[in-house]
Design a protein around this ligand. Structure first.
Ligand SMILES: *[C@@H]1O[C@H](CO)[C@@H](O)[C@H](O)[C@H]1NC(C)=O
Ligand SMILES: *[C@@H]1O[C@H](CO)[C@@H](O)[C@H](O)[C@H]1NC(C)=O
Ligand SMILES: *[C@@H]1O[C@H](CO)[C@@H](O)[C@H](O)[C@H]1NC(C)=O
Ligand SMILES: *[C@@H]1O[C@H](CO)[C@@H](O)[C@H](O)[C@H]1NC(C)=O
Ligand SMILES: *[C@@H]1O[C@H](CO)[C@@H](O)[C@H](O)[C@H]1NC(C)=O
Ligand SMILES: *[C@@H]1O[C@H](CO)[C@@H](O)[C@H](O)[C@H]1NC(C)=O
Length: 679
């Protein structure tokens, strides 16, 4: 309390300590104080009335304490106040009207309290207010009238209150960057004025009672990245002008009363990653539009009236992890091209009029964890893969005649028995003919082999691959030759990194395709260990297909060495990016969180969703690669070990110092917990 005698004090900073107890009311004597910082302590009790006497105070920060009671109305006397932070306490009661008389107010932050009642109507009376943050309270009453014309606003967060009000006149905010007013009781229409908020990057007004149409002027918001108007009562059509929003990555208009078809212009949204149009009255064909949004990761069109076929082109949206077309009127067959969606996790096609069978190519969709095709007209065998074997049968119910591995479906042979008789007859006739053909073929192959062996011995100096096995569907030997050319016989110039086990080269093929080629070091005494490592990495990677794990495209073992061919990740590894001050700026918080989540997804997949657990054993930022879109992928499975489910996993120590789990260092017992520790 004696600090209150220092009457000439201008700034008092006691933040980020562990102070307990009350704020002394003697602080009211510090009349020369311009800034008082008490945030991040454990102060309790009420704010003393006397603080209101600090008439020179410009900044007051009491956030992150356990203060309670109401905000004193004497705060109206601090006429020079421009910054007031009271967030994350336990304040209750009303926000005093007097705060609305402070002409210099620029930044107000009240969020995370239990404040109720209306916000002061004249909050922006000075015309300086930039930031108003008051989410997660119990505020009700009308929207402050002065907010409607508050041109200075930059950032507004009022979500999850019960604020009522007509927003029809809102929208004149030339400086506004971020506005979140979801989950309130707002009503009225979106005005065309919103089109002039040229700096707007995020607008969320979901979960309110908005009516009317979406103004076409919103197509002018060139900076807009996220638009969420879901769960309102918006009607009319989706304006085609929204196709101009080149930065839009997340668009949700779900759960409204929109009708009409999806405008073709939506296909021009080149940044769009998440599109949710579910639960509207949209209709027409889904064609010539969204299949061009190649970055889409989530597409929800469920619960509308879309008609026509499911277009095969949807199979080119390679980044999709969720596709929900359920509860529409789609007809025809399920296009087999959908199996090209190698990152798809959830597929819902239920409640349509699809016929034919489930394409057998679906059995190769390794990332798929949930499929629902119930309530269609499907027939024939379901694909045979782990997913289908384990799927609950209600996801296949109410079809014409599905059969196969899904629990509860009839086995397929009983369905096809009627045709079986004729088949048996045919086999009787064909068997001897086939046997003869096989014999001839075998003789021919043997002869060919002997011939080849001879020529091989004669020109040994030529580059020959003793064994090229490839996951590629095309000629592996030829690709290898192209790679040797593209990297100029693995010259330094094309090397993009060197690690413990090998060097990585960037190979740009004549076709323009880019690959990362990892050449495993060959040191003679160590050859056997390296071979083991190589095989282990291949074994692990072949099993894996996940959007956050670097994809192995091919591999070969030749007299020149052993190589792994990966998808090329444009931005290289995370560690380097973080260390480079200039490039690190690009990693904003949103991206960093996404990277963390990407790694989590990859680990969860390796640990829990593979047929046998795969432990990476060297999770560090060096082994996390980023592509052009900042998608993070785990790489470098050199030390991965496929865990035998029952056996003990004693191995030699592997990994990076500082990231090693203690139990691994002491007992050398590998479990997936080691990865979690490193992570
Ligand atoms: C401060 O405000 C209160 C209530 O708003 C008022 O009664 C009081 O006279 C004011 N004090 C000073 C010193 O201005
Ligand atoms: C918040 O305030 C209301 C009254 O306005 C009260 O009923 C409720 O218990 C308070 N909640 C908490 C967590 O203090
Ligand atoms: C929306 O408005 C209707 C009537 O106009 C009202 O009955 C309903 O409670 C409102 N809903 C919300 C969430 O405000
Ligand atoms: C996209 O917007 C929806 C609706 O506001 C939200 O639930 C979701 O978290 C957003 N996703 C991203 C990645 O921003
Ligand atoms: C698929 O969609 C239908 C209807 O929209 C829904 O009832 C069902 O729960 C969904 N299935 C899954 C697995 O989410
Ligand atoms: C599926 O339905 C379409 C018409 O909706 C029909 O032309 C087609 O022959 C049907 N296909 C099968 C395999 O039943």
């Amino acid at each position: 309390p004696e600090l209150g005698s220092l009457v000439n004090l201008q700034v008092l900073s006691l933040h980020n300590n562990q102070l307990i107890g009350f704020i002394p009311n003697t602080f009211g004597n510090l009349i020369n104080l311009t800034a008082l910082y008490l945030y991040h302590n454990q102060l309790s009790g009420h704010i003393p009335q006397e603080l209101g006497s600090l008439v020179n105070l410009e900044l007051l920060d009491l956030s992150n304490n356990t203060l309670m009671g109401s905000i004193p109305n004497t705060f109206g006397n601090m006429t020079k106040l421009n910054t007031l932070f009271l967030d994350d306490n336990q304040f209750s009661g009303h926000v005093p009207q007097e705060i609305g008389t402070l002409m210099d107010l620029k930044y107000i932050q009240f969020d995370g309290n239990n404040l109720s009642g209306p916000l002061p109507p004249s909050l922006c009376v000075g015309g300086m207010l930039k930031t108003l943050i008051a989410f997660d309270n119990n505020l009700n009453g009308p929207l402050p009238s002065s907010l409607i014309n508050c041109r200075s606003l930059v950032r507004v967060r009022l979500e999850r209150n019960q604020i009522e009000g007509d927003i029809s006149k809102m929208g004149i905010y030339p400086n506004l960057v971020y506005m979140d007013m979801r989950s309130n009781n707002l009503f009225g229409q979106l005005s065309f004025l919103w089109g002039d908020c040229h700096n707007l990057q995020m607008l969320r007004i979901s979960n309110n009672n908005l009516t009317g149409e979406i103004p076409a002027s919103m197509g002018q918001l060139s900076q807009l990245g996220l638009l969420d108007l879901s769960s309102n009562k918006l009607e009319g059509e989706i304006p085609s002008a929204l196709g101009n929003l080149k930065k839009l990555f997340n668009l949700s208009l779900a759960d409204n009363l929109l009708h009409g078809s999806i405008p073709q212009e939506i296909g021009a949204l080149s940044s769009l990653e998440l599109l949710d149009l579910s639960s509207n009255n949209l209709n027409g064909l889904v064609q010539y539009s969204i299949e061009h949004c190649l970055k889409l990761r989530l597409l929800k069109l469920n619960h509308n009236n879309f008609i026509g076929n499911i277009h095969a082109e949807l199979g080119s949206l390679r980044n999709l992890y969720e596709l929900d077309l359920s509860d529409n009127s789609f007809i025809g067959a399920i296009p087999s091209q959908l199996s090209g969606l190698s990152m798809l996790e959830n597929l819902n096609l239920s409640h349509n009029e699809l016929n034919g069978s489930i394409p057998s190519s679906f059995q190769s969709m390794e990332s798929l964890t949930s499929i629902d095709v119930s309530y269609n007209e499907l027939e024939g065998p379901v694909p045979n893969s782990k997913l289908f074997q384990q799927a609950p049968n209600q996801r296949f119910m109410h079809n014409k005649m599905l059969c196969g591995v899904v629990n509860g479906l009839p086995p397929c042979n009983s369905v096809t028995q009627s045709r079986g008789k004729w088949k048996g007859y045919k086999i009787l006739v064909l068997a001897p003919v086939l046997a003869l053909i096989c014999l001839i073929l075998i003789v021919m192959i043997l002869m060919f082999w002997r011939e080849r062996k001879k020529t091989k011995e004669t020109n040994n100096d030529k580059v020959t691959q003793e064994k090229v096995f490839s996951i590629w569907s095309f000629d592996g030997a030829n690709v290898f030759k192209q790679i040797v050319e593209a990297t100029n016989h693995f010259s330094e110039m094309h090397c993009i990194g060197t690690g413990g086990y090998g060097s990585v080269y960037k190979a740009i093929l004549a076709t323009g395709e880019i690959f990362a080629v990892k050449k495993i070091h060959m040191i003679e005494d160590e050859c056997c260990m390296n071979k083991q490592l190589f095989n282990r990495e291949v074994e692990a990677l072949v099993q894996i297909r996940h959007r956050n794990i670097v994809q192995l495209l091919g591999y070969c073992s030749s007299s020149q060495g052993r190589f792994l061919i990966y998808e090329y990740m444009e931005r290289g590894d995370l560690a380097k990016m973080l260390k480079d001050n200039e490039r690190a700026i690009e990693l904003d918080w949103r991206r960093r969180i996404c990277i963390v989540l990407d790694v989590v997804h990859a680990l969860a997949y390796m640990h829990h969703d593979c047929s046998s657990t795969i432990v990476h054993r060297d999770i560090t930022s060096n082994n996390i690669l980023l592509d052009q879109e900042f998608r993070a992928c785990i790489s470098d499975f050199g030390t991965a070990k496929i865990l035998n489910i029952y056996g003990q996993n004693l191995t030699r120590l592997a990994g990076t110092k500082g990231y090693l789990a203690p139990e691994l260092a002491y007992t050398e017992n590998v479990t997936e917990k080691c990865d979690v520790y490193s992570f």
